[in-house]
Design a protein around this ligand. Structure first.
Ligand SMILES: [Zn+2]
Length: 49
């Protein structure tokens, strides 16, 4: 399973590593992970399926 998320540092979409599902303060599903290129945290709104 690969999840694409926009990396602010790379300024392009990357395949998220170690994706973890969570919830925002608004109660919306969010997926957090690590950028494989620069190693910064990237996140994506919406649950991974
Ligand atoms: Zn990156």
């Amino acid at each position: 399973m690969t999840i694409e998320a926009y990396c602010m540092k790379c300024k392009e979409k990357q395949h998220m590593q170690n994706p973890v599902q969570g919830t925002t303060k608004n109660g919306k599903p969010i997926t957090k992970g690590t950028c494989p290129v620069c190693g910064s945290t990237i996140c994506r709104i919406g649950a991974a399926k």
